[in-house]
Design a binder for this molecule. Structure first.
Ligand code: 8ID
Ligand code: ZN
Length: 349
């Protein structure tokens, strides 16, 4: 038997943009189809910052415990749960649950389920020591996995891996990544390399230039100092990248990517800047016959695949670890665009 305490540490906010309070809250009891995960580490995704600020056109639960990259150990389970045993490693991911009976779920498009439950958004997430997940959607993490390093895979890794597949880009072709130096971007570079792609990174600053190149990106274009980003991307890719994954949290790079993408190429929207639009001039959209599409996390199959690449040692997780109580500082750095890679919170501190 595992000893489960009645209270635990968590970071909670009562209203959008309000104080982020590190405090004791009750430990929840899992329902029949749920597991209780003792979260050891949680990645901090930019989505958590959007959730706290409340800048998206979708309300959060309030008060809210954020977080959706939680890696830990199963310590309790409901009586209907057959896919996890106590002691197994499991992950809290963005898609906490879906109905599994609607058209989208039946087709494997679980994130598009109209009844989806979102960790750290519509249900409490992983910025606490004990979090609840629907067992069928919780990520199975192979035994022996480093829980701090695997945490970012649970949202960032799954999302970028899925987005690359959605782009239809083929081995040997060029992929441009905007926001390449951040949490999603740094993993995107690596999944792209594994899939045989050539990568050009768009972001800013020396730290991100260095990190993206260490991870296998061939060219770095600094958006803050490059006078003509469109011409530069077209030049270094000899005609434009075959696909672009936009994970930047700004509107402008989406528009630029529609201009520099190669004819017949695909622009994928992944980053979610608030109140933003993708502008693409119609004449060249048609003449170049480009595709513009969105990509939203991944389903259970892509989750397993993305985790498998990590478990085989093919993806390096570029993390810095700080205590759970330091979440407000992480948000400050993230807001300023000063994080190269990903911050992961240790829930014991
Ligand atoms: O399923 C999805 N679609 C999904 C899943 C997970 C996250 C979407 N997201 C969204 C988040 O909500 C957020 O809007 O992806 C976005 C990126 O998340 P992140 O990687 O966790 O954020 P980050 O670590 O802060 O990195 C963002 C990078 O963008 C760069 C920044 O310098 C930073 O490195 N950037 C910015 I801000 N403006 C840029 C610009 N104009 C830019 N890079 C290039 N050009
Ligand atoms: Zn996320």
């Amino acid at each position: 038997m595992v000893n489960i305490p009645s209270t635990q540490k968590a970071v909670v906010f009562e209203k959008s943009g309000g104080p982020l309070v590190y405090k004791d809250i009750p430990v929840a009891t899992p329902g029949p189809e749920e597991i209780l995960i003792n979260v050891k580490y949680s990645g901090v995704c930019h989505t958590d910052l959007h959730a706290w600020k409340g800048d998206w056109p979708l309300d959060t639960k309030l008060p809210l415990v954020g977080g959706h990259e939680g890696a830990g150990v199963v310590v309790a389970k409901g009586d209907q749960v057959t896919n996890f045993e106590l002691g197994d490693l499991a992950g809290i991911k963005w898609l906490n649950g879906s109905c599994l009976s609607c058209e989208m779920c039946n087709l494997g498009f679980e994130p598009n389920c109209p009844h989806a439950l979102l960790s750290g958004y519509t249900v409490d997430g992983s910025f606490q020591q004990y979090a609840i997940a629907k067992a069928i959607h919780a990520a199975p993490i192979p035994k022996g996995t480093d829980l701090a390093k695997v945490a970012p895979i649970l949202c960032a890794g799954i999302t970028v891996y899925n987005a690359i597949k959605e782009s239809g880009v083929k081995p040997g072709q060029w992929l441009a990544i905007t926001g390449a130096g951040g949490g999603l971007g740094t993993l995107c570079i690596q999944y792209a390399k594994i899939m045989g792609l050539r990568v050009v990174s768009v972001d800013t600053g020396d730290a991100k230039a260095k990190l993206t190149s260490q991870l296998g990106s061939e060219v770095f274009i600094d958006f803050a100092t490059t006078p003509d980003i469109v011409s530069e991307v077209i030049k270094v890719t000899d005609g434009g990248p075959h696909a672009v994954i936009n994970v930047a949290v700004a509107e402008k790079p989406f528009e630029l990517s529609c201009r520099y993408v190669r004819p017949r190429g695909t622009v994928v929207a992944v980053g979610l800047p608030a109140n933003a639009y993708i502008r693409s001039e119609i004449f060249s959209t048609v003449i170049k016959s480009i595709t513009i599409k969105g990509s939203y996390v991944g389903n259970r199959a892509t989750t397993t695949e993305a985790l498998d690449f990590f478990a085989r040692g093919l993806v390096e997780s570029p993390i810095k670890i700080v205590g759970l109580s330091e979440l407000p500082k992480v948000y400050e750095l993230m807001e300023k665009g000063e994080i190269a890679g990903r911050y992961v919170l240790d829930t014991s501190k």
